[in-house]
Every structure is written in structure tokens, then in C-alpha cells.
Design a protein. Structure first.
Length: 337
């Protein structure tokens, strides 16, 4: 029988790609999204790719009783929880909003699941929980560090809460994302730009498109081979597929809480990303070297061997494909500055 998966934040960047992969794997997703960082037009893209327009509720996850009604109406089997604020800088300015929405939202969701007898959850976490790891690549057993921001803190608290709650019957998988980039190869869904991007790849594509004058590389005096920071960039479609594997795993595993690193295992510098973009698109990027950005981690990349072995998942797209799809997505966006 087709399994129904509730996807909170299912119209967002990672959520929408996951909905597409769920449909392709034969699941029936039900989207719950309050449109705080997305639009209903994302449904058109999902429908064009998959041929199915999933049911979508415009709802804040803080509305516990509404969530309960949805879980019962659709006989939801499991939940993937993306709905959260994610801007690191904004979280420093509005910490209470982040705790309310991200921690409060998770508590509301868990109550709704408990009250309706649902006990399978996939949680969106982040490599931010590790801070600057002492040893690289970072494994799931590496210690949590002090969070760099209230945003990071909400992910840490979320995971710690889930570890406790899993002891009372909530079966949880926490996926710790590294740096998701790119877009669906069809360019029908991707990351919607809102103002000046904080993240590297949207800033690169917007600079190449003439939306931004120049990219600033934040520091070239780090202890890395070219002096710029190292990250583990992962194609959003690969990341989305990890959620489908997590749903399969949840229905089989006895373990009540499991965390997986979701990255490629390859650390790349900012300059290497720029070079790959230039090679892939044959566009020379206007960039300058600037000062370090406060709070940046020097280097982090994943050991994803646990996800490879236990989830049966691995990243397939390389950096050039990430750049190609990010650029294709940028190309069809309406011009805005
Ligand atoms: N960078 C630049 N110029 C820019 C933007 C970024 O040089 O204009 C550099 C950063 O300094 C960093 C790298 O590009 O070295 C990647 O930066 P991003 O902002 O794209 O990504 P981060 O690794 O800083 O942040 C990401 C997510 C956060 C999450 C964090 C840790 O965006 O949500 O990983 O998990 F908290």
C-alpha cells in the first residue's frame, strides 16, 4: 500500500526536492507549509516534474490541533520535518523568533504525532552541530560543539530533545546536512532568492547573472591549501534522495534514534567552487578577496560512510553538475535586484 508522508516545509528548497523524490519512489507526500519562505507556485514545478500535484496545507507547524487533523485525515505513516527558519545572521538579530519557530515548532509537531499515535520522524539537522571539529572528516560520533548562532543552537536543541523523546517511543532519524547547493536538473524547482544571498553558490550565480556587482571571498588567510574555507557541497537532489532512504530505514530499524551525515565526503575551498563554476559555464566571475566573515568555520567535511553503509545512500552528482544546475536555475528566474 502507498505510504503517506507528511512533509513540513515541503515547498522550501530541500523540502520541494524531497517531495519530488518521494513521489518518484512511490510515496504519497502531503505538504504542510506556512509560505514564510516559499510560494504556492512551487507546487507547479513539482507537478511538472512528477505529474502529480500533492495535497498542500498552508499551515504553521505551531498549530498542533490542525496538524493532528491532517495526520488523521490522510492516515500519515511518517513525517519529514523541514519547516524552520535557517538564516544564521538573522538568528543573531532575532533569537527569540528562532527558538519560538524552530524549537516551539518541533515540540508542537511531536505533540501532534504523540496525540495521534505517529512515531516515525525524519529531522532536518545540520553539520552546524559540530562547529569546528577537532578531527576531519567529521563522523556522527564527533562531539557537538557550542553553536555559532541561535540558528545552530536550535538544531542542537532539536537533536538533543529528539534523543530524549526517542526513549519514549518516537523513532527518529536526524540527517545532518552539509552544504546543499544546485537545483533540480529540470530547473523547475530550486532555491527562491529573497534579497541578498548569504550563501556562496546563489551569490556566485547572481553575480554571473549581473544581479550583483561582485562576489567577495570571505578571507584567504585560513589554514587551508589556498587560504579559503573548506566545505562539503552536496547537490540538493542527492540530499533529497537521502530522505527517501531514511523513510525506508525508519520502517525497518529497531534503533530509536539514528543520526547520519549527509555530504559527499569531499572538502572544497571557496576558490575551487568558483573555478568549477567558471569551467562549467565558461563565464569569468567578478570576485575579490575580502575580510573573513565573523563566525565562519575554517574547514568541515563529512565522513558519510555510515549513510553509505546503513542507508544504502551515496551522493552521485559532482561539483560541476551542482554548478550546472545552479546556473540553469538562475537562468530562468525573473529579473529582480
Ligand atoms: N562565502 C564567501 N562569500 C560569500 C558567501 C560565502 O566567500 O558571499 C564563503 C563562506 O565564507 C564559506 C563558504 O563560502 O567559507 C560557504 O558559505 P555559505 O554561507 O554558503 O555556507 P556556510 O557553510 O557558512 O553555512 C551553511 C548553511 C548554514 C549552516 C552552516 C553550517 O548556510 O545554514 O552551513 O551547517 F548553519
Amino acid at each position: 500500500m502507498t505510504k503517506t508522508i507528511a512533509v513540513t516545509g515541503g515547498l522550501g528548497f530541500i523540502g520541494s526536492h524531497t517531495v519530488v523524490e518521494l513521489i518518484e519512489a512511490g510515496y504519497s507526500p502531503v505538504i504542510i507549509d506556512n509560505l514564510s519562505n516559499s510560494t504556492l507556485s512551487v507546487l507547479d514545478g513539482i507537478e511538472k516534474i512528477s505529474g502529480i500535484r500533492p495535497t498542500c496545507y498552508t499551515l504553521n507547524v505551531l498549530e498542533t490541533s490542525e496538524l493532528e487533523a491532517i495526520f488523521n485525515t490522510h492516515q500519515v505513516d511518517a513525517v519529514i520535518h523541514f519547516a524552520a527558519f535557517k538564516a544564521v545572521g538573522e538568528s543573531v538579530l532575532k533569537p527569540l523568533d528562532y527558538y519560538h519557530n524552530n524549537v516551539g515548532g518541533l515540540i508542537s509537531l511531536l505533540n501532534a504525532m504523540k496525540n495521534t499515535g505517529r512515531n516515525q520522524l525524519v529531522f532536518s539537522s545540520s553539520c552546524t552541530v559540530y562547529g569546528q571539529p577537532q578531527t576531519l572528516p567529521v563522523t556522527e560520533n564527533s562531539p557537538f560543539s557550542k553553536a555559532e548562532s541561535p540558528y545552530g543552537q536550535t538544531k542542537k536543541i532539536g537533536e538533543e530533545m529528539l534523543m530524549d523523546i526517542s526513549k519514549t517511543g518516537m523513532k527518529t532519524i536526524s540527517l545532518r546536512y552539509f552544504n546543499p547547493v544546485g537545483a533540480h536538473p529540470s530547473a523547475l524547482i530550486g532555491e527562491l532568492p529573497l534579497g541578498i544571498p548569504n550563501n556562496l553558490v546563489p551569490f556566485i550565480t547572481q553575480t554571473a547573472a549581473g544581479w550583483r556587482k561582485q562576489l567577495t571571498v570571505f578571507g584567504n588567510d585560513y589554514q587551508t591549501h589556498d587560504g579559503t574555507c573548506i566545505r562539503d557541497y552536496i547537490h540538493v537532489v542527492d540530499l533529497a534522495k537521502a530522505h527517501v532512504k531514511a523513510i525506508e530505514y525508519l520502517s525497518k530499524t529497531e534503533a530509536m534514534f539514528t543520526a547520519f551525515n549527509i555530504g559527499t565526503g569531499q572538502g572544497l575551498t571557496v576558490l575551487e567552487v568558483i573555478k568549477a563554476f567558471e569551467e562549467t559555464t565558461q563565464i569569468q566571475l567578478n570576485y575579490q578577496i575580502g575580510l573573513r566573515r565573523k563566525g565562519d568555520i575554517e574547514k568541515v567535511w563529512a565522513d558519510s560512510s555510515k549513510a553509505n553503509a546503513e542507508l544504502g545512500w551515496e551522493a552521485k552528482f559532482d561539483l560541476h553538475q551542482m554548478m550546472r544546475d545552479a546556473w540553469k536555475w538562475q537562468g530562468q528566474l525573473p529579473i529582480t535586484i
